[in-house]
Each structure stands twice: as C-alpha cells, then as structure tokens.
Design a protein around this ligand. Structure first.
Ligand code: M6R
Length: 363
C-alpha cells in the first residue's frame, strides 16, 4: 500500500520522521537520559572494529567510522563485503565485527559474517529484518525498526541504520569512559530532536522539485562532502544513479584538485553537502575552485553556512541547524528528494529501476 503516494519511495521518504521516532523510542528513554541496548554488548575489551556491508549500508558504516573514532576512540576498518570476503584479512585479538544490512540476506555480507565467525570477539549486526540469516548468525542483532522497505532505492533504512549506529556509538563511548554524563545527555537529546528536524527538512521538497528539473538535463553530476558528509555525498550519488540513470560521482572535497576538477564545466552541476561545521571553511574554498572554473554549485547547508558561503553559488538548499554529529542523518533527506524528483522529471521507474533487485542474494 503506497498510502496515497505515487511511489513506495516517496512514501518511505515521507515516513522517516515517524519510523525514526519508533527507533528512538526503542533505544532511548523518553526523557533522553538512558539507552537500552541488548545485554552482552561489551566494548570495554574491544580495541578494533571491522564494519562490513554493501551499497547504502556500506555508506552507513562509513559514517559510523567517523563517529566511533571521534566519540568512542575506537579504530575502525570499513570494507565492502565483496572485497572483504575474498581478501581474507587477518583478524587481531580484540576485534568486534559489525555487519549492516537492511534485508539481512545480502550474499556477500553474509559470507563476510561467516568468515568472521570464530575469529572476532563478537559479531554484531544492524538489520531491518530480525528473522534474517545475518541476524540469526550474529551474537547480537540490533533492529533498525524502519518497517518494510519496498523501494529498491534504500531511504528510510539508511536513516534508521544511522540512528541505530549513533546509539551504539554512544553506548560504546560510555562503556569506554569517553563521554561524561552531561555530554551524553546532550547527544541523546539531540537524537531525540531528530524527527522534528526531519519534518522541517522535508519542507524543502517543493524546492527540490524545481531544482531537479535542471538536474535532469545534466549528463554528469558531482557530489562533494568532507568528514562524515563524504559518505553522504557517496549516498547522494548512488541514489541519483540508481533511479535517474544520470552519471553521478562523489568525492571527498579535498580530493577535488587531485583529479576530478578536470571534469568541472558549466554543464556539470556540483552538489556540495556541507553543514556549517568545523570543516566548513575548507569546503568553501573547494567550492570556490569549482565556481572559478564555471561550475554551478548547489550548496546544501544551514543558514549560517549560507551566510558564510560567499557569492557565486548557483542554488542553496537550506537545512535546519543541527548538532554536527547528527547532520549525516538529516542531510540524507535532500539527497533522497533530489534523486527522487530528478527521476520523476526524467520519467524513469522509481520503485523498480532497471537492472536492480531489492535484495542481492547471489554474488
Ligand atoms: O539489504 P542490504 O542492506 O544488505 O542491501 C545492500 C545494498 O544492496 C543496498 O543498500 C543497495 O545499494 C540499495 N539499492 C541502495 O539504494
């Protein structure tokens, strides 16, 4: 049931504030003072995390890497399952393995999990389907509680994966004595505020409809981001490719001058995902390099970022201000809306894009 929407993807984008609220109710108490995570999740003796997944779930792992390193002081290795499983990496003592999968049935991710069984201290999965193979074969399975996701392009599963991982990171930070009670309460309150901010962010939909008509004319589109926004740039490019069939690529902003800037010309829109955080100034200088070469920049930022971005930006999409920790969750929404409306403008099949399956259960 599409619930009155034209596509499952549109419904799944729109219901994110509500499903995320459900996930938050599951993991965090109402006054944002405590978390409830399954027993047996012990980070005290862990000295390394290995995170493995495919596609959008892999980008969720990439975001979590920044979080685990910065907040919990844990080194993290992230890999796509198809590479990890055949690389057969050595596993050192004190390694915890985390697998992220919406379906819980992705063949490569399951094979990577089986490789780590008996080698890692603990196998943790972050899944949407609790009775899936990946959940069943883990020591601890954390549900993301997104509800059934039908659109081939993953949307609400991504934001619920990130929310679940954010809670897990805070749990690890607390167990490892890396965060004090006041800072923890602050982060939990910020998580609790997310559904409201998402509702506000969804208010940009009309603007994305207009912008998408321009994007639909492009042959190539670049996405840029720094820090935890780099994986969001990758996710934005994947979403756009999947359903609009426009060639899109993402780069860490600082990589621009190491090659991709050669692609910039007035016909290549460059979508910059940059909340006003500690790295913003650096991103502004990358943006100026793009504009100096005639590139048209679509900047997704907050009001402070917009005020400091300077002249020459083609378009700005305004997000509400948010704790930089949680910006990757909120900024998934404009990425999804731009992909969706660009696909609509091109007339492609949004829910069943060509050549793709919802769940990749064979290699
Ligand atoms: O079910 P999984 O999360 O394991 O699926 C992983 C990928 O196949 C999936 O995220 C894919 O990249 C989506 N189509 C992205 O929108």
């Amino acid at each position: 049931d599409k619930g009155g929407y034209k596509h499952f993807m549109a419904k799944e984008i729109a219901e994110q504030p509500q499903v995320l609220q459900g996930a938050l109710n599951h993991y965090i108490n109402a006054d944002a003072t405590a978390m409830t995570l399954p027993q047996g999740l012990d980070f005290t003796a862990v000295n390394r995390l290995t995170m493995v997944a495919c596609g959008t779930a892999f980008y969720a792992c990439m975001v979590a890497k920044y979080w685990f390193e910065q907040l919990a002081g844990l080194p993290v290795e992230v890999d796509v399952a198809s590479e990890f499983r055949y690389r057969e990496p050595p596993v050192t003592d004190g390694t915890m393995a985390i697998f992220v999968s919406q379906s819980g049935e992705t063949a490569d991710t399951l094979a990577a999990l089986r490789y780590m069984a008996g080698k890692a201290m603990q196998i943790v999965s972050v899944v949407n389907v609790p009775e899936s193979s990946i959940a069943r074969e883990s020591d601890v399975a954390l549900p993301i509680l997104a509800g059934v996701e039908i659109g081939v392009a993953s949307t609400k599963a991504f934001t619920c994966q990130l929310t679940t991982l954010a809670t897990l990171v805070l749990h690890a930070a607390r167990q490892r004595g890396r965060i004090d009670d006041a800072a923890l309460a602050d982060k939990l309150a910020a998580l609790r505020a997310l559904p409201g901010l998402m509702n506000t962010a969804l208010g940009i939909e009309d603007r994305t409809v207009a912008l998408s008509r321009d994007l639909a004319e492009a042959r190539d589109i670049l996405f840029l981001g720094r820090g935890a926004m780099y994986p969001l740039a990758l996710e934005g490019a994947l979403k756009l490719k999947e359903i609009s069939y426009i060639h899109a690529e993402a780069y860490a902003s600082g990589e621009l001058k190491h090659g991709p800037i050669a692609l910039v010309d007035p016909h290549v829109p460059v979508i910059v995902m940059a909340p006003r955080d500690s790295l913003f100034e650096k991103t502004v200088s990358n943006m100026q390099e793009v504009m100096a070469r005639g590139g048209k920049v679509l900047l997704i930022t907050d009001s402070q970022g917009a005020a400091e971005a300077g002249d020459g930006v083609w378009q700005v999409l305004l997000m509400p201000s948010i704790d930089p920790f949680l910006a990757p969750i909120l900024y998934a929404l404009p990425a999804q809306l731009l992909a969706y409306h660009t696909a609509i403008a091109k007339g492609t099949d949004v829910d069943q894009p060509r050549n793709l399956a919802k769940s990749v259960t064979v290699e």
